[in-house]
Ligand binder design. Structure first.
Ligand code: DC
Length: 221
């Protein structure tokens, strides 16, 4: 049976950075499920479908295929065969993703693919509903979080490094809105699974979080 590590948590908690490093250390595949939702959101944006138009989104789901490949340890995400890795990290796509990931047809499509991957492969998968819904039997479950201030500051510095002008206050407001939507949606809301271990990274360095998670994995093996 494959060994699965599930990492859930709010936006900006550092899930992808940490999961990527842990995967490298363990020689596991890293699956970033947010990227899959982002690819679907990109399709809706390009098609001019509004986030609130559930009927059109449901119909469009039939026309979308999302697939993944792993190149040199880096996940590549494909939307109907097109590599969209470089197009899905914008604020516009992020907001659309949070808005459309509330719909059942969007979630069902991706949940099925995620389960298929986890069945046959040792992996570390991050998202919002991995420990609670996608992989309820994962051998290790982590709920990785940090304060809104810490997450906002990290995002602010990231954008500044890219030369993007932004206000820390607005970023924190956006994070709070995203948290609220992800945590209160009807289907698969973000919450800590009962058997998940809470890791609060507010006062921790990346290395400390990675070491902590590796310790949890070793205890579970
Ligand atoms: O992790 P991220 O910022 O790339 O995720 C973008 C959005 O996708 C997030 O706001 C909620 C949604 N998402 C989800 O609903 N379920 C997942 N397993 C992963 C992401």
């Amino acid at each position: 049976m494959a060994f699965n590590i599930a990492i859930d948590g709010p936006a900006g908690a550092g899930k992808s950075t940490i999961a990527r490093l842990v995967a490298k250390e363990l020689s596991y595949i890293y699956v970033d499920t947010g990227a899959m939702y982002r690819a679907m959101a990109l399709y809706f944006l390009r098609a001019g479908i509004a986030a609130g138009d559930e009927e059109k989104i449901t119909a469009a789901c039939e026309r979308i295929t999302v697939s993944l490949s792993n190149e040199g340890g880096e996940q590549q995400v494909f939307l109907n065969g097109e590599n969209v890795n470089g197009l899905i990290r914008t604020e516009e796509v992020g907001k659309m993703t949070s808005a459309v990931s509330v719909y059942a047809p969007v979630r069902e499509k991706l949940t099925q693919l995620q389960r298929e991957l986890a069945c046959t492969t040792d992996l570390i998968m991050d998202g919002r509903d991995i420990g609670t819904c996608v992989l309820p039997d994962a051998q290790v479950k982590i709920y990785l979080t940090a304060s809104v201030e810490t997450r906002g500051r990290r995002r602010f510095l990231e954008l500044q490094e890219k030369g993007i002008n932004c206000s820390l206050e607005e970023i924190c407001e956006d994070i709070e809105k995203r948290d609220f939507r992800d945590m209160t949606r009807e289907i698969s809301p973000l919450k800590q699974a009962k058997d998940a271990i809470l890791v609060d990274s507010s006062e921790m360095t990346i290395d400390q979080v990675v070491a902590k998670i590796l310790e949890i994995v070793r205890d579970a093996e």
